[in-house]
Design a protein around this ligand. Structure first.
Ligand code: ADP
Length: 209
């Protein structure tokens, strides 16, 4: 199965685009959903986080996401500690979910694909791209966050130029009517044909063995 990593900055339109791919029946794996599930009460990752950060980040048996978020946002070393716990588990969970998928290709939504060094998990990268001013506008409207907070989040993410550099395909989401459905449909067809030619190539290779 062809594994397509879908990435982009906060508010670029990843969830919107993933929804459009899902309409074509393609399986969607979402690293954010995995990360949330991993820290639910009773999960081993939560126990590891509790041990590393202490009781102050807990609300009884549940994680106080806001407190942990504030700590890792303020102290880069604490962010690294958290990532050292979570990233290997997210990787393993993504790989396990890929094994369960059926179809020609799957979309793996990983907002921090570059930052978390997970590009090796995918065969191809599709980037949802828009100008940074537009990211801020969209997140402001969606989450009601102050622009300074959104800019601080963006400062912790890869730059637009870095993302463009590693992308195989780019979905241009720079306009209110960005013709997203058409762009996704074209890529869907492209991934179907890539998947078919990969399968044929693999068969040819096997025939030569
Ligand atoms: P991400 O998952 O990358 O954070 P979302 O898909 O949630 O981004 O999009 C951010 C916000 O912008 C959402 O409220 C979404 O509805 C809106 N949005 C995304 N693309 C467009 C577009 N082309 N035109 C108008 N609004 C959009």
């Amino acid at each position: 199965m062809l594994k397509v990593g879908l990435t982009g900055g906060i508010g670029s339109g990843k969830s919107t685009v993933a929804g459009l791919f899902a309409q074509h029946g393609c399986p969607i794996i979402d690293a954010d959903v995995i990360a949330h599930t991993l820290v639910e009460p009773g999960q081993p990752a939560l126990a590891a986080i509790r041990q590393a950060f202490g009781e102050e980040i807990m609300d009884g048996a549940a994680l106080n996401r806001k407190k942990l978020g504030d700590i890792v946002f303020t102290y880069p070393l604490q962010k690294q500690r958290l990532e050292a716990i979570l990233h290997p588990l997210i990787r393993t969970a993504i790989q396990a979910q890929v094994q369960q998928c059926h179809g020609a290709y799957c979309i793996i939504v990983v907002p921090l694909l570059i930052e978390a060094g997970m590009t090796d998990l995918v065969d191809r990268i599709v980037l949802v791209d828009c100008p940074e001013t537009m990211q801020i506008q969209r997140v402001q409207q969606r989450d009601n966050l102050p622009p300074a907070k959104i800019q601080a989040i963006m400062a912790n993410q890869a730059s637009r130029a870095e993302r463009v550099r590693i992308a195989d395909d780019i979905i241009d989401n720079a306009f209110p009517d960005a013709a997203l459905a058409e762009q996704v449909k074209k890529l869907h067809n492209h991934y179907l044909s890539l998947s078919t030619s990969r399968d044929n190539f693999t068969c040819e290779q096997q025939n030569h063995l």
